[in-house]
Design a protein around this ligand. Structure first.
Ligand SMILES: Cc1cc2nc3c(=O)[nH]c(=O)nc-3n(C[C@H](O)[C@H](O)[C@H](O)COP(=O)(O)O)c2cc1C
Length: 492
């Protein structure tokens, strides 16, 4: 099932009883705090803010669009009734058959219901909350879809990057180093040119998911969204020739200005996904000059600012960030074999490998540490294939029983990194200018390959005996509920 627009999506979420409406909130910290407390709660609702203080009724902000398993699935077009092995098989097939579904170009669309150009451009008429107490200013874009095109190529990149509201026709864009959007911007800057940009500030959530998705260089994310949502994304042509989402609630078009043409401005601080602020006091960043604004009547802005202790997206059954199934596909395409799975246990990313030769699993870890798709994990753990990489108890058991810290911990230095909290102040200057290098840790919690067969056998009940006992005595045993999509332990 796909949604043409955000309104259809909200109607569906309403039908499922997961939407809440709040009228009259103050955009100066009050709205942000309501959003945060909702997002941190046990059952975060999709929250639609209307009658926002100082703004016209109908100019709304929709938050927490993806914050439940149900919404995560709706946005990714995953049937709500699939569980366990069925869901795993569905996801695997989807990723295996993944192919581009290019956008459909329309002559016009609802996004052009209202058009502001030139001196009429005025972004201050749209609600832009001060989300967190130490933010450097109001943010109009926290769940956007940002289109740019490389000056030498014909593909359109889509990413989601935050936008601070500076004045009537200027906004910021925080494109972290290493993201394709930053590279494209700087390709334009290297030629002495401003970078054309179109930003949707309100759209149905599959376009938030796939803007945040990491695809290889030269792969247009709109084509990938078209595949996963099950229908081509409908677009119209903007002034720059960039695609504008036909059903976008609010889109701005203009240029990321070369710093020689328009002075940089202080962007941030901003409350980050790490649970800390980055750039308190702001840092100098290129600005966007907005030349045109397109919006629907009574537009709905989408917002997902990070908050400590709240996930912006749910697991949706395909692994954290929807990425584990995709990463398994990446591993297979890179030629790796005998990988049981990729999971997360607390702060650790975990890869479970059936070791076939000495160095086999370490090769996989080295490749992973180059930053596959996204930045390298801060802490990566290798485990044998008797360990379920999603099961924290099993992973911690492997770490506590299979490592020799002097031999098993490897530090990788000078890796691609984003906003660090632990970097010393002098490095922070470098981060703002050039991106940051930081270190990561690999914990090799594998049985050493050379003598893995001499490793003491585990005293767990073996799978065959377990099966027989459960069949005979199961009614007396306090068994865990069906653990969803996890593969059964192989009990080596
Ligand atoms: C809601 C949301 C907000 C995000 N905000 C930012 C941001 O402000 N800056 C940034 O560099 N990445 C941000 N990201 C992550 C990037 O959008 C993501 O890594 C994306 O894949 C980058 O795309 P690119 O490599 O094509 O540029 C955000 C992601 C989501 C889903």
């Amino acid at each position: 099932m796909h949604f043409d627009d955000l309104r259809q999506y909200i109607a569906k979420v309403d039908e499922l009883g997961e939407a809440e409406r709040i009228n009259g909130a103050d955009p100066h910290l009050e709205l942000g705090a309501i959003y945060a407390i909702n997002a941190q709660g046990p059952n975060p609702m999709l929250m639609l803010f209307d009658e926002i203080k100082g703004y016209p009724k109908g100019y709304r902000i929709a938050t927490n669009l993806l914050g439940s398993g149900v919404r995560g699935r709706l946005a990714r077009n995953i049937p709500l009734d699939l569980e366990g092995e069925e869901l795993a098989a569905f996801s695997k097939k989807r990723f295996r058959e993944k192919r581009p579904v290019p956008p459909e170009w329309l002559d016009t669309g609802p996004v052009f219901e209202n058009v502001l150009e030139g001196s009429d451009v005025d972004l201050t008429r749209f609600p832009a909350p001060l989300w967190h107490e130490l933010d450097g200013g109001p943010y109009i874009g926290t769940a956007s879809a940002v289109m740019t095109r490389d000056p030498d190529a014909d593909w359109v990149n889509v990413g989601s990057y935050r936008s601070q509201l500076f004045d009537r026709n200027h906004i910021g864009l925080h494109q972290a180093y290493g993201h394709h959007g930053q590279i494209i911007r700087d390709h334009w800057f290297e030629r002495g040119l401003d970078c054309p940009v179109a930003i949707s500030l309100g759209q149905e959530p599959s376009l938030i998911v796939f803007s945040g998705n990491v695809e290889p260089w030269e792969v247009p994310e709109l084509d990938i969204a078209g595949y996963f949502r099950g229908a081509p994304v409908q677009v119209v042509k903007g002034k720059s020739g960039l695609p504008i989402l036909a059903w976008s609630e609010l889109t701005v078009e203009g240029f990321i200005m070369h710093p020689d043409h328009e002075p940089m401005r202080l962007e941030g601080g901003f409350g980050e996904a790490s649970g800390y602020y980055s750039h308190v006091g702001g840092y100098a960043a290129p600005v966007i000059r907005v030349d045109a604004v397109y919006y629907r009547n009574d537009p709905i802005i989408t917002a997902q600012p990070p908050v400590k202790g709240a996930s912006r997206d749910s697991d949706a059954g395909e692994g954290r960030d929807g990425g584990e199934v995709g990463l398994m596909k990446n591993l297979a395409e890179a030629g790796f074999h005998d990988v049981r799975g990729i999971g997360h246990a607390g702060p650790f990313t975990v890869i479970s490998v059936h070791q076939m030769y000495a160095g086999h699993a370490k090769r996989i870890a080295d490749w992973f540490m180059s930053g596959v798709g996204n930045r390298p994990p801060r802490m990566l753990v290798l485990v044998d294939d008797d360990i379920d990489p999603h099961d924290q108890r099993e992973v911690f058991w492997a770490i506590s029983t299979r490592i020799d810290p002097a031999e098993s911990v490897h530090i990788y230095r000078n890796l691609w990194d984003g906003l660090g909290t632990r970097n010393p102040p002098e490095q922070k200057e470098i981060e703002l200018e050039h991106g940051l290098a930081f270190s990561s840790m690999l914990i090799d919690a594998l049985k050493p390959f050379a003598w893995k067969d001499e490793f003491p056998p585990t005293n767990d009940v073996s799978p065959g005996l377990r099966q027989r006992i459960i069949e005979k005595w199961g009614e007396y045993l306090a068994l865990e509920p069906e653990p969803g999509r996890r593969a059964p332990a192989r009990g080596r």
